[in-house]
Design a protein around this ligand. Structure first.
Ligand code: PEP
Ligand code: MN
Length: 373
């Protein structure tokens, strides 16, 4: 059960003390306080955990200072969609809106290699009106002898170049909690020229200690990728770990499933789950066509498979696209074979816009038809 307080009710108010006094008397109930700092006000939510079936929601709703009470099912308590609730399906970060209603493209380098390539990438993004990118500094690799990423050494120039080219959010994978601190320190040292969305990759979807650390900090939003060999339910529960520790700014990423049923693609594309995740949870949904498809193959119609699956995800309502580009794929240190060329960026963005427009028309048609019933 979630008790949502009126916006002006803070911890030091008489109403707050009164509500807590009432709730603390309830048997077998634990209370977790969550405060969301908005631009104007602090929104306080109280999560009641335990035997909430015995709690009279109508009684709690009449306490002074309570805005409303939401009874939730056991699944995805915080990030889930529950009956009769109007909690938000979006958040803002560093001037960028992330929601189930919007679409952001994060085109960029799978792995940072040289400052020149970072600069060429960001220059191209700015030239095409983009304010987000992906930049891998910490790479989880299958082979221990493969390039592991430049780590914290590349952060200063990546952040400074992002500031120079107006990049507001960089998706950056972390594989250990110390990486979060290194990112914080580098952002501080460079004067916060940009923002970072922490990415937790498919190999770490159920790294619960990493999830807890990423959930305990509130500075950065988190993109959690679906585990490539576990159920959707297990991955959504992993996302809930982030929220249960306090960070509600979570985007859920689909990146394909590991099975040879997807051959000849690198993974089996799972973008039909875009509407499913949006129905079950309030998270914006990201698609990663690069790691799903993994190759630069063309269909007879002249479109690459990567373009096709991107369009399939977008036409189904995806809210974020994480896609690999590289100025010179043959020299890329990670995932060169799936990287798109900078010269392909305008076509890619145009194709995304066509699919997004089609999605919005589909939604409008659904609403028109529903209102006729
Ligand atoms: C990545 O996005 O660079 C990556 C490693 O993705 P995934 O965790 O989906 O394999
Ligand atoms: Mn990769």
């Amino acid at each position: 059960m979630i008790v949502i307080l009126q916006p002006e009710i803070t911890r030091d108010s008489a109403e707050f003390r009164g509500i807590m006094a009432y709730l603390e008397k309830l048997p077998n109930i634990q209370i977790r306080i969550h405060e969301e700092l908005g631009s104007q006000q602090v929104l306080t939510e109280l999560y009641l955990i335990g035997k909430t079936q015995q709690v009279d929601a109508a009684d709690v709703a009449t306490l002074p200072g309570v805005e409303r009470v939401v009874r939730i099912s056991a699944e995805y308590r915080i990030l889930g969609r529950h009956k009769d609730e109007q909690r938000s399906t979006s958040f803002e970060y560093n001037g960028v809106h992330f929601g189930q209603d919007s679409l952001n493209v994060f085109a960029g380098l799978c792995a940072v290699d040289t400052p020149e390539h970072v600069e060429q990438m960001m220059q191209a993004l700015q030239a095409h009106g983009q304010v987000c990118t992906r930049m891998g500094a910490y790479k989880p690799r299958t082979n221990p002898y493969a390039f592991q990423g430049h780590g914290k050494n590349c952060l200063p120039y990546v952040f400074e170049l992002a500031g120079k080219y107006g990049i507001q959010v960089i998706a950056m994978e972390v594989t250990h909690e110390s990486h979060i601190e290194e990112i914080q320190q580098a952002l501080h040292a460079t004067g916060h020229p940009t923002g970072v969305m922490l990415q937790i990759g498919t190999r770490n979807t159920q790294n619960f200690e990493l999830l807890k650390q990423a959930g305990r900090q509130r500075e950065f939003p988190v993109l959690l990728k679906r585990g490539f060999g576990i159920t959707l339910e297990e991955s959504l529960n992993a996302a809930e770990y982030l929220a249960s520790e306090g960070n509600h700014k979570v985007v859920f990423g689909l990146r394909g499933m590991k099975t040879n049923m997807g051959d000849p693609h690198r993974n089996f594309v799972d973008f039909s789950h875009v509407p499913v995740v949006k129905r079950l949870t309030r998270m914006p949904v990201c698609i990663d066509p690069s790691h799903s498809v993994g190759v630069r193959t063309y269909a007879p119609d002249g479109l690459q498979d990567i373009f096709h699956v991107t369009a399939q995800g977008v036409i189904a309502g995806a809210n974020m696209i994480l896609v690999d580009f590289h100025p010179d794929p043959p020299t890329a240190l990670v995932d060169g074979p799936q990287a798109l060329l900078l010269s392909e960026l305008p076509h890619f963005l145009e194709d995304v816009a066509i699919a997004r427009d089609a999605y919005l028309k589909r939604v409008a048609a659904a609403q028109r038809c529903a209102s006729r019933d």
